[in-house]
Design a protein around this ligand. Structure first.
Ligand SMILES: [Zn+2]
Length: 65
């Protein structure tokens, strides 16, 4: 599994690794994700534009540490 996946932002689902929307915690298939953003060198995936906007307003609110 890629190094990037060693975070709480991915989970195994049906033998595949899927991203977790950090805002609403829904799972998002990164291969088909329309909404994504890059923050501090990592890519985050979102289920909807609203989640992306929320994240970009205040990323730290949704990230650990
Ligand atoms: Zn979402």
């Amino acid at each position: 599994m890629p190094l990037d996946y060693q975070t709480d932002l991915f989970t195994a689902q049906g033998g595949d690794w899927v991203a977790i929307d950090p805002v609403c915690k829904m799972t998002v298939d990164e291969k088909t994700a329309k909404y994504k953003t890059n923050y501090e060198g990592k890519t985050y995936y979102f289920c909807a534009p609203g989640c992306k906007v929320e994240f970009e307003k205040n990323p730290k609110k949704f990230l650990k540490g």
